[in-house]
Design a protein around this ligand. Sequence first.
Ligand code: FMN
Length: 153
Amino acid sequence: MIKIWIIYHTKHGNCKSACENLKRILCEKFDVSIGDVANIKPEVVAKDSPHLLIVGSRIIIGSPDKKVKKFVNKLGSNLKNPISKAATLYTHSLEWDSEYAKMARILEDNKIVKEVLPEILNIKMVKTKGPAEPNQDKNINAFAEKVAEYIIK
Ligand SMILES: Cc1cc2nc3c(=O)[nH]c(=O)nc-3n(C[C@H](O)[C@H](O)[C@H](O)COP(=O)(O)O)c2cc1C
């Protein structure tokens, strides 16, 4: 079964909840592991050699969370070969700015992954701490479908 790892960091639980919803959908077809970067070791993810990595991050001062950036860089230094594919998602509370989506470049430029799904999932919060704006399930479902198509392409 194709292996996927979903890694994320969360302060108020919204990024965790989006990633867990994504996992629930994807694990019907794939072998999916999930973890908060605060609780897992990059070595564990590297050892699994996932075919696809999903990276979830909250946006802090216009950029993905430092903890997630640090984790993916450590993951990169533990890999024998880059992970084939990746997909990225973000939680944020201000109007979405495409400049926020820096994770794809970090993953590709540092050769942590070979390629990244161009479509991203961005989930807007009603307030800084959440909750997410209504009807996110539809967006998460649509993103999961795109990821599923991308992984077998
Ligand atoms: C110090 C700080 C800076 C933030 N900067 C931004 C920002 O630049 N743009 C934005 O849209 N949201 C920003 N936010 C809102 C966070 O993205 C939001 O709290 C987070 O996505 C919620 O996710 P979580 O529940 O997983 O922690 C900021 C929040 C904090 C606490």
